[in-house]
Design a protein around this ligand. Structure first.
Ligand code: FES
Length: 81
């Protein structure tokens, strides 16, 4: 449990460029929002295509597009408290 707070990685440099820190923010009664520089991989280490800068990771376990959130948590009444 993150206690409603974001996890923020420190800024780091890659080939002389400052890369935005990665943040993971728990959305109340919903997914984990991930922003910044990161790579998403499946259980075999294969890259999962990413079409947006921010992604929502399912934490209710009910999504049909895991690991991403598809909004099912709302209909299911998922609660984080
Ligand atoms: S958190 Fe949204 S479907 Fe699971």
């Amino acid at each position: 449990m993150l206690g409603g707070r974001s996890l923020v990685a420190p800024r780091w440099r890659r080939e002389g460029h400052v890369v935005n820190p990665t943040t993971i923010t728990p959305y109340p009664n919903g997914p984990l929002l991930v922003r910044g520089a990161f790579a998403l991989q499946d259980e075999d280490g294969e890259p999962v295509p990413r079409h947006r800068r921010t992604i929502a990771l399912c934490r209710c376990g009910l999504s049909s597009i895991k690991p991403l959130c598809d909004g099912t948590h709302k209909a299911a009444g998922f609660r984080t408290d």
